[in-house]
Design a protein around this ligand. Structure first.
Ligand SMILES: C[S@@+](CC[C@H](N)C(=O)[O-])C[C@H]1O[C@@H](n2cnc3c(N)ncnc32)[C@H](O)[C@@H]1O
Length: 277
């Protein structure tokens, strides 16, 4: 007989204690030789929609802009090329230092524990960053406080539900295991983006909007190569933890390289809101 187990209530507040070391200590460390390429592949699949959304939100030359968790730096670079006055932060600024040549202010800064003065920025953008924090809603409230009156917060965050029931068995198995690994190792909440845009409303922002799309993946394309690098960085720990076997990894690698493989990847939820002027 099956026993009904009620769904666990989503609690508010921090799920675990944040330390700088948690993100990038093992998986996603900027010291891993493939990490610059992994971030570059992410940029190649995400930058088009990001630029379109920032433009639609009315970016102007001279705007004071904060790019949070800038990673490989392509968005900060593009913002500077549009004439914005750009500050880019990250826990590890290794890949961002070259942007100082463009006049970009590069800061090693933890958005979860370190501040900016209230009312500092016309636009704040974070992409694939907030889900990795112990209380993403708290992070949103912090970011909103750094906006000038009339300033805009733009978040682009992934949700993993489309990959969980893929019809491709190896991809489905490895993605389910990877999600667990990500939750355990980094603490990421791959469902949090589905709560958008409410966290922006709770942070007091107005004119709040939401858009969503699902990334596609085709064997060998940039999305597939990005997944391959995510998996390579995680493989040893996942196999040691019994989350997946080497055979299952090899099968997933074959699918991700096959020209016959077409599937959905992550959903990207984009939310924005303005601080009352
Ligand atoms: C998945 S990468 C995304 C990089 C970039 N935003 C993009 O979309 O191309 C996440 C980035 O956020 C940074 N990061 C994670 N937690 C952070 C924090 N608390 N404060 C600042 N940056 C953080 C990481 O170091 C990493 O570079």
């Amino acid at each position: 007989m099956n026993t009904y187990v009620p769904p666990v209530e989503q609690t508010s507040g921090e799920r675990w204690e944040w330390t700088r070391e948690r993100y990038g200590n093992g998986i996603f460390s900027h010291r891993i030789s493939s990490e610059r390429r992994r971030l570059g592949l992410l940029e190649s699949v995400l930058d088009g929609p990001t630029r379109a959304r920032v433009t639609a939100l009315g970016l102007k030359p001279g705007d004071e802009v904060l790019e949070v968790g800038g990673g490989g730096g392509s968005v900060a670079r593009w913002l500077a090329e549009q004439g914005a006055r750009v500050t880019v932060t990250d826990l590890d600024t290794t890949f961002l230092e070259e942007l100082t040549d463009l006049g970009v202010r590069v800061l090693r800064h933890d958005l979860y524990t370190e501040d900016f003065p209230p009312g500092s920025f016309d636009l704040i953008h974070a992409r694939y960053v907030v889900l990795h924090l112990p209380d993403p809603d708290k992070a949103v409230a912090r970011l909103a406080a750094w906006l000038r009156p009339g300033g805009v917060l733009l978040l682009e965050e992934p949700a993993s539900f489309p990959v969980m029931d893929s019809p491709h068995p190896a991809y489905r198995t490895i993605m389910r295991a990877f999600r667990i690994h990500l939750e355990r190792s980094v603490g990421s909440d791959t469902a949090w983006a589905r709560t958008l845009p409410l966290p922006l409303e709770k942070a007091g922002l107005t004119g709040v909007g939401l858009d969503a799309r699902i990334q596609t993946v085709h064997g060998g394309d940039d999305e597939a190569q990005w997944w391959r690098l995510n998996l390579e960085q995680s493989r040893e720990a996942m196999v040691a933890a019994g989350l997946a076997s080497d055979t299952e990894f090899e099968a997933a690698y074959r699918e991700l390289a096959s020209p016959d493989f077409h599937d959905l990847s992550l959903a990207v939820l984009t939310a924005w809101g303005r601080r009352a002027g």
